[in-house]
Design a protein around this ligand. Structure first.
Ligand SMILES: *Cc1c(COP(=O)(O)O)cnc(C)c1O
Length: 238
């Protein structure tokens, strides 16, 4: 008897998770860090609710989605069954989706412009709640990519935290694909240190060990866990 296709896939997801957890722990120890100081965000975009359920069954609780619409379709039912689940929004956010994004997400990693900060603050005032926020920095100054300009990042964070009273916990970046990510990770870590921010979301399937060496507290891994995406990634051209 052969196993049904979905249980084969479940086994693969569990094995992939075990492998990346081991690599995260090894990279943390090599950098003299506690492996528990690095949180794995499993990026489930383009993969169905059954893939998320398989990861939950393998002990994964933190997930990342880049589109509000897709998160809305997948997560409310999973959350009802798994109250421990935490959802991070990691894709560019339009101001007209702020209300829904804030209702769905535990963390929004992509605060990157004053207009969005104002919209989030307005919705916080209306609803009385606000997810934790990370400020996304466009470390490679790529015109097609989301994120605030590195030269404006410090003033923007100060304005969000001070005038708007937003819960900014850290910084996030996606370095240019064709460059060594290490200097970008180092820059982001230094910026967070200067600002007294604890969280650093950096590192994807191809570069998370380098990111951990430079202090990442959140690594966002998709393909290393779930395999190739089912559709072209509908996010900033990374
Ligand atoms: C898709 C995505 C990831 C995961 O990418 P992989 O290379 O599949 O690990 C990480 N961060 C963001 C912002 C993404 O959109």
């Amino acid at each position: 008897m052969t196993a049904p296709a979905d249980s084969v896939q479940d086994d693969t997801i569990a094995a992939n998770l075990a492998a990346v957890r081991a690599r995260i722990a090894a990279a943390a120890r090599a950098a003299g860090r506690d492996p528990a100081s690095v949180t794995l965000v499993a990026v489930s975009k383009t993969h169905g609710a059954e893939a998320v359920a398989a990861a939950l069954a393998a002990g994964q609780t933190v997930f990342g989605e880049n589109r509000v619409q897709e998160a809305r379709a997948k997560f409310p039912a999973l959350r009802a069954a798994h109250p421990e689940l935490r959802l991070h929004l990691i894709g560019p956010l339009q101001t007209n989706k702020v209300r829904e994004a804030m209702a769905l997400a535990d963390v929004i990693e992509t605060l990157d412009r004053p207009k969005l900060a104002e919209a989030i603050a307005g919705e916080r005032d209306r609803s009385g709640r606000c997810p934790d926020l990370l400020v996304q920095v466009n470390v490679g100054r790529e015109p097609q990519k989301a994120g605030i300009d590195p030269g404006l990042a410090e003033a923007f964070v100060e304005d969000c935290r001070g005038r708007l009273g937003l819960p900014v916990r850290g910084l996030m970046c996606i370095p240019p694909v064709d460059e060594d990510p290490a200097p970008h990770f180092a820059w982001l870590a230094e910026c967070a240190r200067k600002l007294g921010l604890a969280e650093l979301s950096m590192g994807m399937s191809g570069d998370f060990e380098t990111a951990i060496t430079h202090g990442a507290t959140l690594v966002r891994l998709g393909s290393a866990i779930f395999g190739p995406r089912h559709a072209p990634a509908p996010f900033t051209l990374a």
